[in-house]
Design a protein around this ligand. Structure first.
Ligand code: 7PJ
Length: 276
């Protein structure tokens, strides 16, 4: 299961770690400390030396209730950082965006993966993802980031997440996205209660029947806080447990804040899986 990320080929039958690099002024778990290119590069360098295969650069906060950001603002936050990372580091740069203009401009400067938490639902996004010619992560979301946690509701969360993703894959492919460029993500915390999230994690292996590699983003999320009673900066053990479960159940990419620790957990999973 190999995938080509703008020239860098990765075997997604093994699990890889994606480090989160927020370049928003208000990112909740790194406090927006990395909002200039130099500081962002410093953080990226550390994550690469800790073993990250991807750096996910995000210029739009998608936490519940966050304000919308203009195209120009998002471009200003993200482009120079993507460019700087590509110039200096040997890593795949992923860009966390739903904006087709940001997709286009960041791929031009070297981004190798489009990570869209809105599953290419914005006008022109499927066509732009196709034109960009790089892999794309399609994530499940119920509602919009602004209102998604108001009252998440499902009759059968597993079935509804799967059918949403199947439909978005159909739309992406109809616009010209290659099937071998599609990664899927159940979207932990995006329009889901704690119970919904636990259901999805418990049955993650079932999502592999959709036939695409899986990406999981669960690091420090509120469901882990709800279960353990821990504040966001005390969620490393819970995050590692969730990462380990995800990797055991077949996730190909783990999107995390704590790269070094997660890389160790993944090494254990990979060794155990090879002996199974
Ligand atoms: C995710 C993401 C996720 C993907 C965020 C946070 C919220 N992208 N971007 N999957 N979450 N693909 O990190 O807590 O779960 S932002």
């Amino acid at each position: 299961m190999k995938m080509n990320f703008a020239g860098r080929v990765l075997d997604l039958s093994h699990c890889h770690v994606m480090g989160i690099l927020n370049v928003t002024p208000d990112s909740f778990s790194d406090g927006g400390r990395f909002n200039n290119a130099e500081a962002a590069l410093l953080r990226a360098r550390q994550m690469v030396s800790d073993g990250a295969a991807f750096i996910d650069v995000g210029g739009e906060s998608t936490r519940p209730g966050a304000a919308e950001v203009s195209t120009q603002e998002e471009l200003d936050r993200v482009c120079s950082v993507v460019e700087a990372i590509k110039r200096e580091l040997d890593v795949i740069v992923s860009v966390d965006t739903s904006n087709p203009v940001v997709m286009q401009e960041t791929v031009k400067v070297g981004a190798g993966l489009i990570n869209d938490v809105r599953a290419l639902q914005r006008e022109g996004a499927p066509e732009m993802a196709a034109k960009a010619g790089v892999p794309v992560c399609i994530m499940h979301i119920q509602g919009e980031p602004e209102n998604m946690q108001d009252s998440p509701r499902y009759r059968n969360v597993r079935r509804e997440v799967s059918s949403f993703l199947t439909e978005r894959v159909r739309v992406a492919e109809a616009a010209g996205v290659l099937p071998e460029h599609i990664i899927l993500d159940p979207g932990f915390g995006f329009g889901k209660t704690v119970e919904h999230n636990v259901q999805l994690l418990a049955n993650l292996e079932q999502m592999r029947v959709l036939g695409h590699p899986l990406l999981v983003g669960i690091s420090r999320k509120s469901m882990l806080g709800a279960i353990t009673g821990r504040e966001v900066h005390e969620r490393l053990p819970a995050s590692l447990a969730a990462a380990t479960i995800s990797a055991m159940k077949g996730a190909s990419i783990l999107r995390v804040h704590d790269v070094k620790e997660t890389v160790d957990a993944v090494k254990i999973v990979t060794a155990v899986k090879e002996a199974m």
